[in-house]
Design a protein. Structure first.
Length: 170
């Protein structure tokens, strides 16, 4: 059995309930472009961002310790094992935050009634956009040191709230 590709899934959403959720052929096209461009450069960007920092010794030590303690299935480490490497996960999150690989403005729909967005009132049902780099470097969410690479920010109180503002996740 062949699973549907992502374009087929978007087309199905459009045909089945596009009119209910304001998802038109232009949205299908936009999402298809995003999916097409997403894989070729996003992974190298994230990995480069995470390895260009002076802090990379601590994740390496965490991996070595987990290996010595037989917590990792060498040579094929599972996802479940990697998410237990908390400092490594935090370094990945911080790399994604500092250098988001999505450079496009991501569309968002305003609720039926008008609302305040970034200190501006926006008409209900309007379509607005946001760039991940703007959100990821925001001091109001990530602190006064938002322009600095600090994986330890994910250990701070309120770190779970910061997760909501990442457009990609580790």
């Amino acid at each position: 059995m062949r699973l549907p590709d992502i374009l087929t899934k978007f087309l199905n959403i459009y045909h089945e309930r596009g009119h209910q959720i304001d998802f038109d052929p232009g949205d299908v096209k936009l999402e298809a472009y995003g999916a097409f461009f997403a894989g070729s450069d996003t992974t190298p960007i994230a990995i480069t961002a995470e390895t260009q920092n002076d802090i990379e010794e601590s994740p390496r030590q965490e991996i070595e310790l987990a290996t010595v303690d037989s917590h990792l299935s060498i040579p094929h480490i599972s996802y479940d094992e990697t998410v237990k490497l908390h400092y490594l996960s935090d370094c990945v999150k911080e790399g994604i935050r500092m250098c988001p690989s999505i450079g496009l403005i991501l569309p968002r729909n305003v609720p039926d009634k008008c609302c305040e967005v970034a200190e501006h009132w926006v008409t209900g049902k309007a379509r607005i956009g946001v760039n991940p780099a703007v959100v990821h470097l925001g001091r109001s969410v990530f602190g006064e040191d938002a322009l600095e690479y600090r994986p330890d920010r994910w250990f701070r109180p309120g770190a779970q709230d910061m997760d909501r503002y990442l457009f990609q996740s580790a």
